[in-house]
Design a protein around this ligand. Structure first.
Ligand code: FPP
Length: 272
């Protein structure tokens, strides 16, 4: 992460961001090269490594990666097995480096349909990396936003605590709840596919044309830069409008949510 682009973004006084990524295009990436779809997923793991390495330098403190949707079980068995194997190897192999780097790894999604070996690997990495505070990497496996909401609602009712804050805690199921600030989807597709419907209610959306295996730390920096240029009003008024109205109560958070990144960082041939 030596590029000027990243350094320029890093120099800004950024609050911790929660970025969610729909890592789309592995299969096409493989097919375009005469490789198997599973080889596309393998290349996708390298893009995951680049993204995790770049995230802390961009003011990101929570990164949620959509690795396996509940709908992905519909894929051919060899591809499903290949994806599970890759995820398991990644989780197991990153445990020591993550501990050393102060990175916490947690998994969201259903566990009752995963193999006991995968569940054991997940539980181990979650335990070992729990003290990490530099970055929380949340991997969504067998994840469906609708199912997550139903499960959380049942737990919240059982606990007798049905307000937004306690429901959000139930939804995170111990993985650390944060509203999502920015959702990135690669490969040119422009839909959410059931990704974090509650958490991303006010998220900014960034669509990147690159296929996921080609995604780099620079692309992540561009997405964050694009995010910084957005006027997030959360149903209220922009800072400029508040000033015109003579409202002197704009907070520092409002200011940080405004345009704090140089406009020169906002263009990219591949991202829009
Ligand atoms: C979507 O591309 C990608 C996925 C469903 C899986 C993403 C998985 C990885 C990046 C590898 C493992 C992840 C981790 C966190 C280690 P697609 O297969 O739908 O591609 P296509 O749209 O071109 O067919």
């Amino acid at each position: 992460m030596q590029s000027n682009l990243v350094c320029k973004v890093t120099n800004q006084p950024a609050p911790g961001l929660h970025v969610g990524i729909i890592m789309d295009g592995n299969g096409r990436w493989g097919t375009l090269r005469g490789l198997t779809r599973t080889q596309g997923h393998e290349a996708g793991v390298e893009a995951v490594r680049r993204t995790v390495a770049a995230a802390p330098f961009l003011g990101i403190d929570t990164l949620t990666l959509f690795a396996f949707s509940s709908d992905n079980w519909k894929r051919p068995r060899p591809e499903v097995d290949g994806m599970m194997r890759l995820i398991e190897h990644y989780v197991a192999r990153e445990t020591e480096p993550f501990i050393a780097a102060g990175i916490r790894l947690t998994v969201i999604g259903r566990r009752d349909r995963l193999s006991s070996r995968v569940v054991g690997t997940i539980e181990n990495v979650e335990r070992e990396t729990a003290p990490g505070t530099r970055l929380n990497v949340r991997i969504a496996i067998d994840y469906s936003g609708r199912h997550a909401i139903l499960e959380a609602a049942l737990r919240a009712v059982r606990c007798g605590a049905v307000d937004e804050a306690s429901f959000s805690e139930q939804l995170a199921a111990g993985s650390g709840y944060r509203d999502v600030d920015l959702v990135i989807r690669t490969s040119g597709e422009q839909r959410l596919s059931g990704f974090l419907p509650w958490e991303a209610t006010y998220a900014e959306l960034h669509f990147c044309k690159k296929l996921w295996p080609d995604f780099t730390g620079e692309d992540l920096a561009l997405a964050v830069s694009d995010f910084r240029s957005r006027d997030r009003r959360f149903g209220g008024l922009s800072i400029a409008t508040q000033s015109l109205q003579g409202n002197s109560h704009a907070t520092q958070t409002d200011a940080l949510a405004g345009k704090i990144i140089s406009p020169g960082l906002q263009s990219s041939a591949n991202c829009f």
